[in-house]
Design a protein around this ligand. Sequence first.
Ligand code: ZN
Length: 64
Amino acid sequence: MATNAQTSGIRDEYTTYPPSGSRCSNCNQGFVPLVPARRAVQERSSGPPLVLYRHFSCPEVKAR
Ligand SMILES: [Zn+2]
């Protein structure tokens, strides 16, 4: 009876500054320095949780 299997396990989302060299998990582009982005933690069935960064207003929003 897993009812939350469709949420892709993303949690703990908040706004922060991404570290240099990281890329948006949505559009795979780099970030502009000193511009905040969305940080989230994605739970994985195997291995440690994955930290994701996304543009605060990403130009490429994936429709799933
Ligand atoms: Zn993006």
